[in-house]
Write a protein that binds this ligand. Structure first.
Ligand code: NAP
Length: 331
């Protein structure tokens, strides 16, 4: 089997470390692994396949011999270094929001739009974590019934904000204060309706990312979607309360069966035994978990559901590695 030189940019971060773990778990055909980070971590060691590997400084020339680079060091780093990697014939799979909405950059969730991977011009974008889990659950409904409108409220974990988010929650739980906080308010025992920056219309960028990314991935500008994104003091796993207006009449049992058979989805839905998806159940799993499936009688063809997934895995690292797997499999 052909093997590839793979770089992980941001290899010391929460997503980067998960990428290394998943490349290893899924036995991605890595010939050489190059972990890259800033001067803060260059020289430190990470372990890959039981071998220590030195973290190197991210520079344009680091990509000279790299076939595939998985980027996860923030938007400004991607903007600066992804084009440098592409110049050196590296294919970039980028986890940041830097290129997601660029027309020529495919935005991919393999269960939904695998075919777009092969239209890339050097960069493939990985959607936002809260988008990925939602689109995996919506796709089968969209195909069978059509979707008119989605109203989603998210309950997002602190790992979604990187290591700094975890550090803040842990410090607050121990009554300690950090020099610099990640969230604008205390996150312990709180819920903050503010993720990413505010836009002119009063929504946050995170909320607009969900709207725009879903339309792009589904390749349908007509789907109406509105989101409220909230940070909660959960360490890992994002949850979403999703209200969908389908395009046609439906039977609940058919929806359950459809989701049950959908790739990447696990249905946990038995209220008689108190079984429904929870972030702690989703932890370290790749699936998107769907439950609390019920009718919304307040609108025509209305459906409610609760969607949970591990944001560092399917919301970030797993989806990126899956894109890389499909890329090397080819059309
Ligand atoms: P994180 O834990 O804060 O890690 C950031 C990583 O970026 C570290 O490896 C850091 O290296 C590296 N980095 C920072 N500045 C750098 C520079 N100037 N040059 C090279 N490397 C630099 O953050 P994260 O949660 O892993 O998120 C990383 C990216 O993934 C972000 O774009 C984020 O939006 C995206 N993402 C995150 C999630 C999630 O659930 N967390 C989901 C989807 C997408 P040092 O060790 O050298 O500081």
């Amino acid at each position: 089997m052909k093997e590839y030189n793979v770089a992980v940019v941001g290899a010391t971060g929460l997503v980067g470390r998960k990428m290394l773990q998943i490349l290893e778990e899924r036995d991605f055909p890595v010939r050489e692994l190059l972990p890259l980070a800033s001067g803060r971590s260059a020289g430190k060691e990470i372990t890959f396949k039981n071998k220590p590997i030195k973290v190197e400084l991210l520079t344009p020339d680091a990509f000279r011999k790299i076939d595939i680079a998985l980027f996860s060091a923030g938007g400004s780093i991607s903007k600066k270094f992804a084009p440098e990697a592409v110049k050196r014939k590296t294919t970039v799979i980028d986890n940041s929001s830097a290129f997601r909405m660029e027309r020529k950059v495919p935005l991919v969730v393999p269960e939904v739009n695998r075919e777009k991977i092969f239209k890339h011009k050097g960069i493939i974008a990985n959607p936002n974590c809260s988008t990925i889990q939602l689109v995996v659950a919506l796709k089968p409904l969209y195909e069978r019934y059509g979707i008119k409108r989605v109203v989603v409220s998210t309950y997002q974990s602190v790992t979604g904000a990187g290591q700094g988010g975890v550090d803040q929650l842990e410090a607050e739980l121990k009554n300690q204060t950090l020099e610099e906080n990640t969230f604008p308010y205390q996150i312990a025992f709180n819920a903050i309706p503010h993720i990413d920056i505010f836009m002119d219309d009063g929504s946050t960028k995170e909320e607009w990312k969900m709207v725009n990314e879903i339309k792009k991935i589904m390749d349908d500008k007509k789907i109406e979607l509105t989101a409220t994104c909230v940070r909660i003091p959960v360490i890992g796993g994002h949850s979403e309360a999703v209200n969908v207006q389908l395009g046609k009449k439906f039977e609940l049992e058919d929806i359950r069966n459809l989701l049950h058979d959908a790739p990447g989805v696990t249905v946990i839905d038995d209220v008689e035994t108190n079984r429904y998806p929870l972030p702690i159940l989703a932890e370290d799993k790749d699936d998107v978990f769907v439950g609390r499936i019920r009718r919304d009688p307040s609108i025509k063809n209305g459906l409610n559901m609760w969607v949970v997934s591990d944001n560092l895995r399917k919301g970030a690292a797993t989806n990126t590695v899956q894109i890389a797997e499909e890329l090397i499999k080819g059309k």
